[in-house]
Design a protein around this ligand. Structure first.
Ligand SMILES: [Zn+2]
Length: 171
């Protein structure tokens, strides 16, 4: 397993569309392991392919958290086919260091996906798992948490990013 580099906003890769995975081969299995490791090492509870520069429909999630690591899930070609209710909560994202914002999402979802053995799953998710899966599936469609933020908040974060980048260049 290896930890991959996280792609951060405003890298245009994060806006690209992703491809369906046709064949769950050794390369995909290795990718799934690397994604879990990368997610845990960065203290995340979810990671999507584009966040490590891979434009494929693959997502990892573990809502038990990076310390416990009790419930690793790999969702290949996830498809949310039913949404119910509404919840609003604060979210962060590994591609947005130092940024959090409120996001409105469906409270409950039904999602179909394949696991690393190619087995199809069809699950209902609610609470944190539901929100986390919706966040990651957004990534597969080039949609990011900053799209849910108000204009002012977005401008402020972009200014802050420019300062950070300037400082990094001086070093
Ligand atoms: Zn994210």
């Amino acid at each position: 397993m290896s930890v991959r580099k996280i792609v951060c906003y405003p890298d245009p890769i994060l806006r690209e569309k992703t491809d369906l995975i046709q064949d769950i081969n050794e390369e995909i299995k290795k990718l799934a392991e690397d994604m879990l490791e990368t997610m845990y090492e960065n203290k995340g509870i979810g990671l999507a392919g584009p966040q490590i520069g891979i434009l494929k429909k693959i997502v990892t999630v573990d809502i038990s958290g990076p310390e416990k690591r009790e419930n690793p899930m790999v969702l290949i070609n996830p498809e949310i086919y039913e949404k119910q209710g509404e919840v609003e909560g604060e979210e962060g994202c590994l591609s947005f260091p130092g940024f959090r914002c409120n996001v409105k999402r469906a409270e409950k979802i039904k999602v179909r996906f394949l696991d690393v053995d190619g087995k199809e799953h069809d699950i209902s998710a609610h609470e944190l798992l539901s929100v986390c899966i919706q966040h990651e599936v957004d990534h597969l469609n080039g949609r990011l948490i900053i799209d849910y933020a108000g204009k002012l908040k977005k401008t402020m974060y972009e200014k802050k990013l420019k300062k950070i980048q300037k400082r990094a260049r001086k070093r």
